[in-house]
Design a protein around this ligand. Structure first.
Ligand SMILES: C[S@@+](CC[C@H](N)C(=O)[O-])C[C@H]1O[C@@H](n2cnc3c(N)ncnc32)[C@H](O)[C@@H]1O
Length: 195
């Protein structure tokens, strides 16, 4: 990961946007997850886990990230939550949990990193209970494939998706959309239930 990419994940502006915009918006779209066992994929340095506990009322949160540096930062940030939080180094395509393990899964800007984003979504679906809820914030093709960002950031460029394509894939994978928002073509939020 380049220094710019690390900075884009770990900076006070991203943290404030996630905490004061994305969290409250997702809660308006999908409600809380009081008392639930929750998973966050691609947790970065752990701000999302704080939000899921504090704003959504989860009982416990499991979280993982591909990047060992992010995992170490998240573990340090979240240590005060004790056994309510577990953070490990791992991949979206191989979640080490049985089918239906979680009542909710949170995705803050991760699917667009996956070369096989549909397979990532399938794995997320697998670990959700029937009726379990997916909360997602995603960046879309117009941002990912923009010539400037393409040069600066290492995103997979093949088969990128926009808001409509993500909604279509959710339908194909038998999710039921609860609500959604988009900002221009580059950014979107949605909440959907595993049918
Ligand atoms: C744009 S960052 C978002 C981080 C954090 N969720 C946030 O909103 O600040 C994407 C994160 O996904 C992680 N990631 C990318 N591919 C992954 C994979 N296959 N499995 C798990 N994590 C992955 C990256 O290491 C990075 O921390």
């Amino acid at each position: 990961m380049s220094r710019l990419e690390t900075w884009m994940r770990v900076n006070p502006v991203r943290e404030a946007v996630q905490r004061w915009y994305a969290g409250p918006l997702l809660r308006r779209l999908g409600g809380t997850v009081e008392g639930s066992r929750v998973l966050e994929i691609g947790c970065g340095h752990g701000v999302g886990v704080d939000i899921i506990l504090g704003q959504f009322g989860a009982a416990s949160v499991d979280a993982f990230d591909l990047d060992p540096d992010m995992v170490a930062r998240a573990q340090q940030r979240l240590a005060r939550h004790g056994e309510r939080v577990r953070v490990w180094e791992g991949r979206v395509t191989e979640i080490p949990e049985p089918d239906g393990a979680y009542e909710a899964v949170f995705v803050f800007g991760v699917l667009h990193h996956l070369p096989g984003w549909r397979a990532g979504l399938t794995e997320v679906r697998r670990v959700l209970k029937p009726g379990g809820r997916l909360f997602a914030e995603e960046s879309y093709a117009p941002f990912i494939t923009h010539p400037v960002w393409r040069r600066l950031l290492h995103h997979s460029q093949e088969d990128r998706f926009d808001h409509e394509a993500l909604l279509n894939e959710l339908r194909t994978q038998h999710f039921r959309l609860r609500d959604q928002r988009r900002m221009g073509g580059g950014l979107g939020w949605l909440v959907a239930d595993k049918a």
